[in-house]
Write a new protein. Sequence first.
Lengths: 131, 131
Amino acid sequence: MNIGDVSKRASLPPKTIRYYEDIGLVTPERATNGYRSFRKSDMHKLAFLGRSRALGFTIEDCRNLLALWVDQDRASADVRAIAKEHLAQIESKILDLQEIRDTLSHLVRECSGDERPDCPILKSLEKFPMK
Amino acid sequence: MNIGDVSKRASLPPKTIRYYEDIGLVTPERATNGYRSFRKSDMHKLAFLGRSRALGFTIEDCRNLLALWVDQDRASADVRAIAKEHLAQIESKILDLQEIRDTLSHLVRECSGDERPDCPILKSLEKFPMK
DNA sequence: CTTGACCTTCCAGTAACTGGAAGCCCTATG
DNA sequence: CATAGGGCTTCCAGTTACTGGAAGGTCAAG
């Protein structure tokens, strides 16, 4: 399979797939004309990567997950540890964003948003205490 | 004021302040010894930037907000538009993260996390449909 | 006079791609 | 058979918002 086909099937841009090869996540064969030639196993790895990335795992997490995936002797605890850590980060990020959202939506509600210069948003950015 | 003092007062690392000068957000004077010499107005701008960044505004947003801040003839509508747009992005990001969190926490709960290789997390990364 | 804390500039690296240029390869059509 | 198109290749550069580190000048204290 050429890169274009894999791209469609794994829903990953060709550029991304080449990048994944560069950093050693997949190692497709080469046809005699120099084109990358993807095996089924490459295709599956790329799909796996696409899904892991869609869940927000970092590339390094993905590398580790992929290694565990191909290792039939893995311990599920190792996978779970990565996922749990990632989950914790996401939860903390959500909390951060919710706080920002609350502050911001309050300010937007306060601001008249007309042609006058008086603006509570700017006023708040002046005075708002830093955490 | 030297960069160290400003750094403490604005709660921004010196590196960041130098960077902000590089990209034209502040333009401190220079003492004869070559040291940056920050006026009160620079200090206020930096504090403003720190707060805007803490609310997640991009540097370009900050640049625009800063310009509006110093412009006494601004329309509050312009400020509000930036904040509203940013708020919308944050809300959508929160939704994305919540969806990821739900998926992930479900998987983590499902996974026994022991020494056995059987793992619902990996299984899901194989099969989970891409959006 | 030396030590240590500041300050300076400049270069490089981070994460995960993305865009673009220059150029080869393959197929189909006039 | 020439050529036009689309797909493929590599390589270089840019993105965001800094951060780390090296090499070296400045200043106050002891």
